[in-house]
Design a protein around this ligand. Sequence first.
Ligand code: FE2
Ligand code: FE2
Length: 297
Amino acid sequence: MKKKRVACGLPVFLSSRCKIAPNVIYYTIIRIYKRWGVAVRLLFIGDIVGSPGVHMVLENLPRLIEEYHIDFTVANGENAAGGFGLNRRSYTDLHACGVDCFTLGNHTWDCKEIYALMDSHKNIIRPANYAPGAPGIGYQTFPVCGKTLLVINLIGRVYLPDCDCPFRKLDEILSTQQADWSFVDMHAEATSEKLAMGWHADGRVSAVAGTHTHVQTADARLLPRGTGYITDAGMTGPRDSVLGVDKDIIVRRFITGFSPRFETARGDLQFNAVVFDLTDAGTCTAVEALNFWRPAL
Ligand SMILES: [Fe+2]
Ligand SMILES: [Fe+2]
């Protein structure tokens, strides 16, 4: 027997016949430890903005799924098509690289391709509290790890176009749908409305993540009755921007009250997401916010 020490400092004992690299053994042990008691691990990616955001997901998602042992990935795609809605190309690329379900928001109808996409792909959901008769669906149940995950998309009513009450809509959905785990994307402008939704859902859904404001909040936590929560998951897209839009355009608009059409910014890229660990009981035991960036190439 010989003793080896891997980069992290953990001593690993290997027989001379062992062909497995020490770092593989170490990371396998860590993964097993981190998965202890976790029935399903859910990744939620904050609003993906334009081709820079899509690119950042394509570049990182396969690695994150492998590293974190992610079982299911949800992404908010309301800005994937140049900031305005979700188009077929973005959907196809993101789905192929590992996004299992897409939620939307106030930009749902910006791209005309969304109508046909929603008809043919039931893993795209728009806010459930749109008026009855609106195209598409607001929640969907998916098979995950031999059980079921219910994904619900809601939109707030503060500083956003009029819609039905998201709180009563959640009650209505939960009264009719049965699933082992449930996740809510609460797309809202006001932090108060997102926080209120977290408390309203606590103990009744597995996790709630806010979206729309594009800045990741530092309040990822477990609520007392077992719901994982974050006020805003953040934005995946151009970093040197204002919410993904070219910063010069937005600064000019604030100063003069006028600006050209919004353009997606270029340059450095950021990735914002949240990982939720869920138990067999449907509760959440850990919430981890992911926030990293890389320079423009
Ligand atoms: Fe957005
Ligand atoms: Fe939005």
